[in-house]
Design a protein around this ligand. Structure first.
Ligand code: URP
Ligand code: ZN
Ligand code: ZN
Ligand code: ZN
Length: 510
């Protein structure tokens, strides 16, 4: 009973399926509790031509306007997922969700924008960017790009500047793991950090010690442990803690803000907590799988079930998830991603005899908003305003697109969800919208359901029906020098002047 208007799945175009691209360009949301990151109140929201025009009580409109009654419901900014991999070529295969199917799934779950990682082509950033422009052609929601750095030379250093100044990219991800493919050395990490700092771009790290992971994998294979559980055993939390600490200290040495992606363990989280306590600008991003799941699935007796949980860093033993939730509610961690990176059972089976060949990645782009509401708000750990902060607003601030995104304010993009706190959701692969044939959250139920998603001013999800149009999503350019860079040069100047004293002393005695 879910109708997806998708030429690429159904072999027909928009006109043939009878779904209108947009029911109306004018929408009034009446009587809901409108939630922003620091304030909520019962009021109306009026949308025209993709933009929020007014947020105030008792808005009166004519009958050319679609009116949605949100009484008793929450009206919130659409989710922004800071961490996805759609149409990514990885570990000898390609993720099953492309930009269209992944985004359709996102919209059905209340996420209206995502930031995906451009993977360079043979190290070339501009070739990678071109490839991802093409991949994103069929987008049905707004998206931005981070750029991965997988090798280092003068050309890459030059291209970074072009990406920031001409292509709307303001963040670069460095892989400290995946030895032999994406991993880079500390030397290159330092070069990259310096370059990021000079352009006001945010440095991001995948923090696991890749050399030690390689050693851990050899150890498991020698012990005859070849199944999915070997994946987790080969890369324990200490290796994530070590790399997180190293990245944080190197970022401190360069005095550059740092963003740690997919924080999966207490070990990594505590390094971030320590750095933040000392005043260092470090952002920590847990992902839904790490917040909700534990490693028990990796020990499932059948391979297909166990393999679907394989991602890096691994999903940890029970206890890490609760600690990450607490870190999120206390502000030690700042926003939540998914690392949505889906491979089918058939693709996962590449590693049936050797866990090292199981493509890494789990789903989550459709489930994030529901699972976080249920786990964090419904359970009383955080408020609805906090929920908006960590699913949308903080991401918009960090990537410098606030308040165009991440807010329900006059002038903001009309990316809005209506959530009914008294309705419930249930997750199964049978009814989800991703193309993957499994779901790591299979069978999970909870309270709070996204009943309406409005993206770019159009109702794209209502009555459990998707009305999405390939090509309607816009590329969102993200300018450099976010708030995280405020004051950086003042601290540098202070450091430099502190060096003047000893220099003068030596000069005067020689
Ligand atoms: O297992 C994962 N996380 N796959 C996606 C690539 C990455 O490291 O983010
Ligand atoms: Zn159609
Ligand atoms: Zn990663
Ligand atoms: Zn990732």
């Amino acid at each position: 009973n879910i109708q997806v208007c998708d030429a690429s799945w159904n072999g027909h175009g928009e006109a043939q399926c009878g779904i209108q691209a947009s029911s109306s360009s004018k929408i009034l949301i009446k009587g809901g509790t409108v939630v922003n990151a620091h304030h909520q109140e019962i009021t109306d929201v009026y949308v025209e031509n993709g933009i929020i025009v007014a947020v105030k009580p008792n808005i009166k409109v004519g009958d050319d306007v679609t009116v949605l009654d949100a009484t008793g419901k929450y009206v919130m900014p659409g989710g922004i997922d800071p961490h996805t991999h759609l149409a990514m070529e990885f570990m000898g295969t390609e993720t099953i969700d492309d930009f269209f199917s992944g985004q359709a799934a996102a919209l059905a779950g209340g996420t209206t924008m995502h930031i995906d990682f451009v993977i360079p082509v043979n190290g070339s950033l501009s070739a990678g960017f071109k490839a991802y422009e093409r991949k994103a052609n069929n987008s049905c929601m707004d998206y931005g790009f981070h750029m991965a750095i997988t090798k280092w030379d003068e050309v890459v250093a030059e291209e970074m500047e072009i990406m920031v100044k001409e292509k709307g990219i303001n963040s670069f991800k460095f892989f400290m793991a995946y030895k032999g493919s994406l991993m880079i050395s500390d030397e290159l990490l330092l070069e990259g950090f310096k370059r990021c700092k000079s352009f006001g771009a945010l440095a991001m790290v995948h923090a696991e010690n890749g050399d030690a992971v390689f050693e851990g994998q050899k150890r498991m294979i020698e012990l005859g442990i070849t199944g999915p559980e070997g994946h987790a055993l080969s890369r324990p939390p200490m290796l994530e803690g070590e790399a997180t600490s190293r990245a944080i200290r190197l970022a401190n040495f360069v005095n550059v803000p740092l963003y740690v992606v997919h924080v999966m363990s207490i070990d990594a989280m505590e390094e971030i907590a320590k750095a933040r306590k000392s005043g260092q600008r470090v952002i920590g991003e847990p992902v839904v799988s790490g917040l909700i799941l534990d490693d028990s699935g990796l020990w499932a007796p059948d391979f297909v079930t166990a393999a679907k949980y394989v991602m890096s860093p691994p999903i940890r033993a029970s206890g890490h998830n609760k600690a990450l939730q607490a870190a999120l509610s206390s502000g030690v961690l700042q926003l939540v991603g998914t690392d949505h990176c889906t491979f089918t059972s058939t693709q996962k089976s590449f590693g049936i005899d050797d866990f090292r060949k199981i493509p890494n990645g789990v789903n989550g782009i459709e489930e994030r908003m529901h699972l976080l509401w249920d786990t964090m708000v419904e359970s009383g750990k955080i408020s609805p305003t906090d929920y908006v902060q960590l699913t949308s607003t903080e991401c918009a601030r960090i990537f410098n697109i606030y308040p165009r995104k991440g807010a329900i304010l006059a002038g903001s993009d009309a990316d809005i969800i209506i959530l009914d706190p008294n309705s419930s959701f249930e997750i199964t692969a049978r009814s989800h919208h991703s193309r993957v044939d499994t779901n790591v959250y299979e069978g999970m139920k909870g309270k709070g359901k996204v009943e309406v998603t409005i993206a770019g001013g159009r109702i794209v999800w209502e009555n459990d029906q998707l009305k999405v149009v390939p090509g309607s999503g816009k590329y969102i350019e993200m300018p450099p020098f976010s708030y995280l860079f405020e004051g950086i040069e003042k601290a540098d100047a202070k450091y430099l002047s502190s060096l003047q004293a000893p220099v003068k002393r030596f000069n005067s005695t020689t």
